[in-house]
Design a protein around this ligand. Sequence first.
Ligand SMILES: Nc1ncnc2c1ncn2[C@@H]1O[C@H](COP(=O)(O)OP(=O)(O)OP(=O)(O)O)[C@@H](O)[C@H]1O
Length: 310
Amino acid sequence: MQITVTQIEKHYATVQAVRGVSFQIQPGEIFALLGPNGAGKSSIIRMLVGMTRPDAGHILVQHDGGEFDHVPRRYLGYLPEDRGLYADKSVEKNLRFLAQLHGLSAAETEQQLTHWLNVFELTDRRKEDLKQLSKGNQQKVQLIAAVIHRPALVILDEPFSGLDPLNQEKVVQFLQQLRADGMTVILSAHQMAMVEKLADHMLLMAKGQAVLAGTLAQIRSQAQPQPEVVIETEQPISSEQLDRWLAGYSWLLQTPQRLLVRLNETQQLSACLQQLLPYCALKNISMQNPDLHQLYLNAMTQHQQQEQAV
Ligand SMILES: Nc1ncnc2c1ncn2[C@@H]1O[C@H](COP(=O)(O)OP(=O)(O)OP(=O)(O)O)[C@@H](O)[C@H]1O
């Protein structure tokens, strides 16, 4: 399934939730929507699944030779933000009901149930009511509900919320398996470490706008074109010394023997090292690639500063 979103906008009564956002999702990839609370992620998801319509711009969904303005239900697996299973019914009844709604035969339903309950280690809980399960286990049943009919596209709003680190890791593996099976996956999440492992492409949003987009490498070069350098010294050094030795450079002394330098476009690493070498012996030099969490924080801070400047 290929999705092309062009300049979509969404207004609610007093809020402009999405402002001219465009992106493309390729078949069989994992696409992540990132951003702080209220950035507009769920609003975009609701437009993709056809629960609401864009006020402007358009969505083009191409699958199986057809073209649509949202993802048709028959192709969609959806984990909504406010979830949606019956707390007073058993795990099994909830999942059977959904499988039937999607037109699976009894045999297919049983096969899928057995498979997924096993994957999520819930086989011995299948007769229990959903409300008897822990929040994390309920979340796993919700995930099964989104994929039991093997849709072409799965949209998961916050699939990691409420899960401990081990179960978050399980969800990472689950999503990798969906991709390996050929499904296209869209997810929104706040857990950058998980997204970094998973997403082929991502879109970082703030206040309804796209802030950064692309692969992790593309986002890295957009958000921080100049890498940071970590320099470890043989002897302890002080900030006062660095004020003299590295005038004009942006640096941070992380420990007495570990220095972080952020070079700007005009500064070369070799020139920086030449300034240091007369004064101190160097033990190790390494380039530091910021992780997605750091890139996200940098991008959000920058976005806030730009907004304040306007
Ligand atoms: N039905 C609605 N009516 C009015 N305002 C809404 C509605 N849904 C969302 N909003 C507003 O639109 C903005 C974007 O909300 P949205 O839920 O899309 O953000 P989000 O990025 O999914 O946030 P979160 O991470 O908290 O789920 C927010 O200011 C929100 O208060």
